[in-house]
Design a protein around this ligand. Structure first.
Ligand SMILES: Cc1cc2nc3c(=O)[nH]c(=O)nc-3n(C[C@H](O)[C@H](O)[C@H](O)COP(=O)(O)O)c2cc1C
Length: 375
């Protein structure tokens, strides 16, 4: 497998640090450009954007940086005809709509654009990397990305998923550990069985594939980056750490929730979107799922569309109890700072952590004063 510097040369970036795509408003063009300008790789999380919005966001990114950046979509899925009645799901959340004074929930309609429309836009954005989550790409999509010379990354939460992605032709795989904030990328088997921590997942994926592996989930500082690189990762992808940067687009109450959260305050929920995602525990999550009432939750993306008006209104009125507060288990390490400050800090801390490990080695090779056996 290529070295980290070979990998960085292919991507034309200076540091092995990616800003995770943060669909839903976290990754503003300012954030993406600031990360790329600081020598990392910024990603536009475009899953919820129309093709026109994708082109516009990329235009703004390019007006702020000449460095490479990436773009990300959700892999297309064939929606299961909902076996659950939308009426139950709508009734379950109606009281919250009333509490916020917005019209009662109505049956969600799908987006007016398809994955292939979004992909066609992605190809025109000038992004040099394309990543995806939630599955595999149709082979024509893979071909058109490759024809454009775009570097393609898929997301895996198990070794089997990583191997499947490699076989499908991706250039690198993002290994998403269970600590990660936001949606689980799991696309084979059981969500709960695929909750593998980053420190277990990364080396097992590295051993199983020949392509570069990007470690993601719970990495917040240089110690985490050095650890991931020591496990064989070629780069890291940080989400939560970038969410509290000044350029991120999340509402202030969300930022404050992350900055005051503890490592035991996040958990997985389907309540907001219908797909398991890790976020800070709040009233909506707890009440909608109370008594294990999964009946009242529609499958993704229907539940996501159903709860959107509530989340939009909650963001406007600063009501964190109705927001999807996606965040990873590393929340205590989140800081309020600019993306350039965070990048500079990460680079410095990673060097210090690697240097510290070398220190351990030289200390061990020094003969002990007493010469006594310690075992
Ligand atoms: C608010 C938020 C939105 C996210 N949106 C996406 C997305 O659109 N596409 C994607 O591949 N991953 C997305 N992720 C997951 C990240 O790629 C990554 O796996 C995760 O942030 C890593 O864990 P960390 O938050 O502990 O750093 C999102 C994560 C968060 C916190």
């Amino acid at each position: 497998m290529a070295t980290i510097s070979d990998f960085l040369q292919i991507l034309k970036v200076q540091h092995p640090i990616f800003q995770a795509p943060l669909a839903g408003g976290g990754d503003t063009p300012e954030l993406v450009a600031a990360v790329s300008n600081a020598g990392g790789l910024g990603f536009i999380g475009a899953a919820y954007l129309s093709p026109e919005q994708m082109v516009e966001v990329a235009r703004v990114v390019k007006s702020k940086t000449t460095r490479p950046f990436g773009i990300n979509l959700f892999a297309p899925s064939t929606p299961n005809p909902a076996s659950i009645s939308p009426d139950i799901a709508m009734q379950r959340i109606a009281p919250y709509f009333a509490e916020l004074g917005i019209p009662a929930p109505s049956l969600p309609s799908g987006p007016s654009f398809t994955f292939s429309h979004q992909l066609a836009a992605a190809l025109e954005t000038g992004a040099s990397a394309f990543s995806f989550t939630f599955g595999l790409l149709p082979s024509e999509a893979m071909q058109s990305l490759k024809q454009k010379g775009i570097f393609v990354l898929g997301t895996a939460t198990t070794v089997n998923e990583a191997v499947e992605l490699e076989t499908a032709g991706v250039d690198a795989v993002v290994a998403q550990g269970s600590e990660a904030g936001g949606h689980r990328g799991t696309f084979r088997g059981d969500f709960s069985a695929s909750m593998i921590g980053t420190i277990s997942l990364v080396p097992q994926v590295v051993d199983a594939v020949r392509i570069p592996v990007i470690a993601s989930g719970g990495i917040m500082d240089g110690r985490g980056i050095a650890a991931a690189l020591a496990l064989g990762a070629s780069a890291v992808q940080l989400g939560t750490a970038f969410l509290t940067c000044k350029e991120s687009g999340i509402p202030e109450v969300y930022r404050e929730a992350i900055l005051s959260a503890r490592e035991d305050r996040t958990r997985l929920t389907r309540a907001f979107s219908g797909r398991p995602a890790r976020g800070i525990v709040n009233r909506f999550m707890t009440e909608v799922e109370s008594g294990g009432n999964q009946e009242a939750i529609l499958p993704f993306p229907l539940q996501n569309a159903l709860t959107r008006p509530l989340r939009t209104a909650a963001a406007k009125s600063g009501r964190a109890e109705f927001l999807s507060l996606w965040a990873g288990q590393g929340v205590r390490m989140a800081r309020r700072q600019s993306a350039a400050e965070l990048m500079a800090r990460l680079v410095k801390e990673t060097e210090a952590a690697i240097h510290g490990l070398q220190g351990i080695h030289s200390h061990e090779s020094t003969p002990s004063k007493s010469g006594a056996a310690t075992d």
